[in-house]
Ligand binder design. Structure first.
Ligand SMILES: CC(C)(COP(=O)(O)OP(=O)(O)OC[C@H]1O[C@@H](n2cnc3c(N)ncnc32)[C@H](O)[C@@H]1OP(=O)(O)O)[C@@H](O)C(=O)NCCC(=O)NCCS
Length: 148
């Protein structure tokens, strides 16, 4: 599997699985870098990296094709994002997820991200209520990976 940067032909189907707001996706694609995991010429996963502040990168979106989840691709994408961010001089890498995204919270913490903040009501403005694991998604949990 190869992970490469793309500048066009973004896999919106996958990006929308991580973030139902097309507006948000378009906004961060404009300012960020999009990377895809490719195997046998098929896109297996995607992530988008944005420079939030000097030395701080944020993984704005990460998704793996549904039929390929649970096989370590998500972890590989996160490790790739960490390596690329550090190569760009980042000392901190952030990611946000919903309070109801229990599997994602597990994955990020297994990848050495720690909870640093909660943005209460972040998802309340979304047009449709997101329910995961039977829990309404309302707040954004902010996590940070820091090599220090
Ligand atoms: C989140 C996502 C990218 C993860 O990709 P993936 O390829 O399935 O993830 P991986 O297989 O690399 O890793 C999953 C890890 O999380 C762990 N994990 C998942 N759910 C868990 C849980 N409930 N409790 C404990 N560990 C859990 C797995 O055990 C595995 O860790 P391990 O290798 O140490 O066992 C994928 O599920 C996805 O695309 N989801 C839809 C889009 C999305 O929600 N994106 C994130 C938005 S914030």
């Amino acid at each position: 599997m190869k992970i490469m940067q793309i500048n066009k032909g973004f896999p919106y189907d996958l990006l929308l699985e991580a973030d139902p707001s097309l507006d948000h996706i378009e906004r961060y694609l404009k300012v960020g870098s999009c990377y895809i995991a490719v195997e046998e010429q098929e896109v297996m996963g995607v992530y988008v990296l944005v420079e939030k502040e000097e030395e701080i990168m944020e993984i704005m979106n990460i998704a793996v094709r549904e039929d390929r989840r649970g096989k370590g691709i998500g972890k590989k994408l996160i490790h790739d994002a960490i390596q690329r961010s550090e190569a760009l001089g980042a000392t901190k890498i952030e990611i946000g997820t919903g309070n109801s995204s229990l599997d994602q919270l597990a994955l990020y913490q297994k990848c050495h991200f720690r909870i640093i903040d909660i943005i209460e009501g972040f998802f309340d403005s979304y047009p449709e209520t997101i329910i995961e694991n039977g829990i309404p998604c309302r707040d954004m949990i902010r996590l940070s990976y820091s090599k220090i």
